[in-house]
Design a binder for this molecule. Structure first.
Ligand code: GDP
Ligand code: MG
Length: 296
């Protein structure tokens, strides 16, 4: 077989397991995974290199309606990734009830080859799985395939990969074959920190936080990372820091553990919490932090 290379977009509603699936396919932790909805804001490319192929995955934010500016820019990522795809993987799960008619209409008009992935089958029996397959086959006849998987248990992932490869055109790789992701190390560091914040803080905090890596110094024996955590209100700053600084300290310990695992090096992590009112609706700040992807 000659070399194949192409782009695969992963779409689906928040929390169905898109990031988990991409990480299972790549065998490496790149995209962030948390039980909270809307954690993936960026269009993240994960690049899977093997001697026979290169698959460029984009892990898109969920299909959601724009509510404020940040979400509007998230929708742009979704649309962009649909245009350049050789294959679109629509991910859904067994828990999802009452699929919105709008979502199904959107799927029906997609031009690129589209497959349906039913995730979390570890949570159901054969009968439940068969019913879901039947449902999707009737709703969206343009699905080329319907593949039941469990992303977190790595069930049926190899089968899925084999099938994905058949949709990719023959041709040379698009990126260096030693490149794992197009995002910088700083970006990965900020995503790891954001993941820890989303997991550890409740209610409005996760959606009010922005992480900026102020400095990232790769020294001989140590990775020195300094991060600023922006929140929107002084009260949120108090919560972030916690009594006697305990909350931020524990968050930092958890983040450092993951950073060391990812970068394979000892990490010295410093965090600062700052208040920046209304960052979510501020276009300039969003641009500065890379959420507005115009002309790139
Ligand atoms: P995304 O928002 O679509 O990217 O979803 P995530 O990948 O962040 O996963 C959302 C939640 O579903 C997390 O708590 C995952 O651990 C969980 N999850 C993902 N795949 C599976 C699976 O195959 N089985 C079960 N039971 N849970 C899963
Ligand atoms: Mg995700």
């Amino acid at each position: 077989m000659s070399f194949r290379a192409g782009f695969v977009s992963i779409i689906g509603k928040p929390n169905v397991g898109k990031s988990t699936l991409m990480n299972a396919l790549l065998g490496e932790k790149i995209s962030i995974i948390t039980p909270k909805a809307q954690t993936t804001r960026h269009r993240i490319l994960g690049i899977y290199n093997k001697p026979e192929f290169q698959i460029v995955f984009s892990d898109t934010p969920g299909i959601i309606e724009p509510k404020y500016k940040l979400q509007g820019s998230m929708m742009k990522f979704v649309n962009e990734s649909l245009q350049d795809a050789d294959l679109i993987m629509f991910v859904t799960d067994l828990n999802t009830q009452n699929e919105e008619p709008e979502l199904i209409e959107r799927l029906k008009v997609i031009q690129s080859p589209l497959i349906c992935i039913i995730n979390k089958i570890d949570e159901s029996d054969n009968d439940g799985i068969m019913k879901k397959i039947q449902f999707w086959r009737e709703q969206v006849p343009s699905f080329k395939e319907i593949v039941p998987i469990s992303a977190s248990n790595k069930f049926n992932i190899d089968m899925l990969l084999k099938s994905v490869l058949t949709y990719l055109p023959e041709g040379p790789p698009f990126y260096d074959t030693d490149q794992v992701t197009d995002k910088s190390e700083r970006f990965i560091a900020s995503e790891i920190l954001r993941e820890k914040i989303l997991l550890r803080y409740k209610e409005e905090i996760p959606y009010s936080v922005q992480v900026e890596i102020e400095s990232f110094k790769d020294e001989e024996k140590l990775l020195r990372i300094s991060a600023i955590i922006y929140v929107m209100r002084d009260s949120q700053k108090q919560i972030m820091i916690g009594k006697g600084g305990i909350a931020i300290k524990n968050m930092g310990i958890a983040a450092r553990r993951d950073l060391e695992k990812f970068f394979g090096k000892q990490v010295f992590l410093q965090t600062f919490v700052k208040v920046k009112e209304g960052w979510r609706d501020n276009n300039n700040l969003l641009k500065e932090w890379g959420y507005d992807n115009d002309g790139k």
